[in-house]
Design a protein around this ligand. Structure first.
Ligand SMILES: CC(=O)SCCNC(=O)CCNC(=O)[C@H](O)C(C)(C)COP(=O)(O)OP(=O)(O)OC[C@H]1O[C@@H](n2cnc3c(N)ncnc32)[C@H](O)[C@@H]1OP(=O)(O)O
Length: 604
């Protein structure tokens, strides 16, 4: 059985055209899967457009490597980073490798290195993440091959390694068992030429396989400059689960890190000194779908996916209007990019797109649970989860599902009603503040009348603030009593620590997150919430919107959420999310659970 490593570099010596053949990539990825779990770098040695130096396979691996090393050792005497044409098979290879890895190796972050592709005598390249082993398509039983590979990797890359001895070498592809017939005499293809300065755009929420392909092909086609427009939050409001889209700055950094890792690029001003033939990367914020692609005269090519090809033509129409040359539209091989898929019909999380990745985040832990502080006035003996969300976001349905799984749900809306029952001090305070016209014939507060004072009219804001100010402390007191009673019952029956769900619509506005271990937020789009309030409570659209506006937004809630759930789809989809959230919660309630270790593991 092979030892698993967190990270490694795979050296592929066979020519890309042969690597693209049949199931070769599939076999290679299956081999990699047994060796690395977290980060993989892939070095493609032979991507030249000329006939491949080592591709018509020489059975003597050491010979191949010696030749590679001769190249590596000559770096000081030869000019570095000399551009050359590369084989068009690089594109299908990238697509095959990235998509095969996405389907076989869940959680493996693959980075196919491109600084050698289309470049003679590349300079030593910096790998930004440590590597623990070398994998190759060469026979690692030979000590000579292993030593040469170790030398090859150390002379071509700067990297950190957590192992203090030489990196272990593992063979992952035995070509002798693969069929390469038909690969050598295929008709010659046109080599790939650089297309000048390249532009591309997108949301780049989670850099997934589709984005990696888009960014890789753009990098290969660029000769001097890559301009990337990343969408600003305003453009994203209509996307599915838009609240879960990462902030712009974070999305920019992810794109930049990926490109710095795989290619010879720089991000500061061109006047400064940079390695020969490195490419300038510019990332800008775009507030409309066209961005600078429509106005920058120094661009030659736009890189798009099949799904966004139309956008490329829209850009060209805009350029023509602006008196600029149209761009060459390069459509990448395969890939699914930022299209919002219909998750109500398909809950298949394996299809890679940003929306499916956001969907997969539902129910998972997004940040470390709160730690108790001496000032948090935290109820003892229970694991308290604040369940919140906008009006009609489905909190009650989620609470009921959690109750079936074993949680104790404390309904704070109901406690709110109890708080000002006749005869209580809170009743007197509310009536004193809002007038006796809110008291109905039975002597109880008429919530409909009270609601009209706090959700509509000129004074609604102050009125709501005052009502909250009077009622929240009492609801908090009643909620804490309910938690203490639950703890008492569990202790007397020798049951494990209870999970108490504090179902509270305005938990965050009230600042009650300070005495919870976690905040779980239920989100539905505002339009859906309004529709539900009209149907559920028989309210007018205006009334429903007023209530919604009196609360904070989904995005504000998600910023403080540990777990996000959504009842937007069929009940069974909600059930799956809740079960996932509950299972993960049970794991983190174990005494030996550790956030740092768990998040490291979940990256595997
Ligand atoms: C910190 C907390 O979350 S405690 C729980 C919420 N309760 C409070 O804040 C107490 C003040 N609220 C109240 O007294 C009542 O809700 C009233 C008088 C405003 C309205 O009463 P009713 O019309 O019967 O509404 P009800 O209490 O059933 O609540 C209906 C919706 O109003 C919203 N709502 C309730 N209180 C508030 C508030 N203080 N601010 C904004 N929205 C509120 C909720 O979103 C709730 O819908 P949801 O359960 O789908 O989320």
């Amino acid at each position: 059985m092979l030892k698993m490593h967190r990270s490694g570099i795979l050296v592929l010596t066979k020519h890309v055209s042969s690597l693209c053949h049949g199931d070769v990539v599939k076999h290679i990825v299956a081999g990699v899967k047994k060796v690395v779990s977290s980060t993989l770098y892939v070095h493609v040695e032979n991507a030249s457009s000329k006939s491949n130096a080592c591709g018509d396979f020489n059975p003597n691996d050491a010979d191949i490597l010696s030749r590679l090393l001769q190249g590596a050792e000559k770096v000081d005497v030869q000019p570095k980073n000399v551009p050359e044409e590369f084989s068009p098979d690089v594109f299908p290879f990238l697509w095959k490798f990235y998509s095969e890895a996405a389907s076989q190796c869940h959680g493996l972050d693959v980075n196919i290195l491109l600084h050698t592709v289309g470049c003679k005598n590349p300079a030593k390249h910096q790998l930004y993440r440590p590597i623990q082993c070398i994998m190759a398509d060469l026979d690692s039983r030979s000590q000579e091959v292993c030593q040469l590979l170790q030398k090859f990797v150390s002379s071509n890359y700067n990297y950190e390694s957590p192992v203090d001895h030489k990196l272990p070498v593992i063979e992952i592809a035995d070509y002798s068992k693969m069929d390469f017939s038909n690969t050598t005499n295929s008709s010659p293809k046109q080599p790939c030429n650089r297309k000048g300065s390249i532009v591309l755009g997108g949301t780049f929420d989670h850099v997934h396989t589709g984005h990696k392909l888009l960014l890789s092909e753009a990098t290969l086609l660029a000769d001097k400059r890559i301009l990337i427009g990343i969408t600003d939050a305003g453009l994203l409001k209509r996307k599915i689960l838009s609240e879960l889209i990462k902030p712009w700055e974070q999305r920019k950094i992810q794109v930049e890190h990926f490109l710095r890792d795989i290619a010879n690029i720089y991000v500061n001003q061109p006047s400064e000194k940079h390695p020969a033939n490195s490419k300038l990367l510019e990332i800008v914020q775009i507030e409309d779908p066209i961005g600078p692609a429509g106005t920058d005269p120094n661009l030659q090519c736009i890189v798009v996916s099949k799904e966004t090809e139309k956008g490329g033509h829209v850009v060209n129409e805009e350029r023509l209007k602006n008196g600029l040359n149209p761009l060459y539209v390069h459509v990448i091989t395969g890939g699914v990019l930022d299209t919002d898929v219909d998750l109500s019909k398909s809950t298949n999380e394996s299809k890679v797109s940003s929306s499916t990745l956001r969907f997969a985040m539902l129910g998972t832990l997004l940040r470390a649970p709160n730690t108790r502080t001496s000032t948090s006035n935290h109820p003892e003996g229970a694991y308290v989860i604040g369940l919140t969300g906008g009006i009609a976001s489905g909190k009650t349905a989620i609470g009921q599902r959690l109750a079936k799984l074993g949680a104790t749900v404390i309904d704070c809306d109901k406690l709110g009603h109890k708080a000002y029952e006749p005869g209580t001090l809170t009743f007197e305070k509310v009536v004193k503040r809002f007038g006796s016209d809110i008291v109905d014939k039975s002597g109880a507060i008429n919530r409909g009348i009270l609601a009209s004072k706090v959700f509509s009219g000129d004074d609604k804001k102050t009125n709501l603030q005052d009502l909250n100010h009077i009622v929240w402390p009492e609801i908090e007191r009643l909620a804490k009593i309910a938690i203490t009673e639950t703890v008492g019952q569990h202790q007397s029956q020798k049951l494990p620590k209870p999970v108490c769900i504090l179902d509270a619509a305005v938990l965050l506005e009230a600042g009650w997150d300070k005495f919870t271990e976690e905040v779980w937020v239920s989100v539905v789009p505002p339009s859906e919430a309004v529709k539900r309030v009209m149907e559920r409570d028989g309210r007018t659209e205006e009334d429903a919107e007023n209530r919604l506006r009196s609360q904070i937004t989904n995005a504000e809630r998600v910023k403080k959420a540990h777990v996000v759930l959504s009842t937007l789809w069929a009940p069974e989809v909600t059930q799956k999310q809740v079960e996932k959230a509950w299972t993960l919660l049970s794991q983190r309630m174990q005494p030996d659970w550790n956030y740092t270790e768990a998040t490291e593991e979940s990256k595997l």
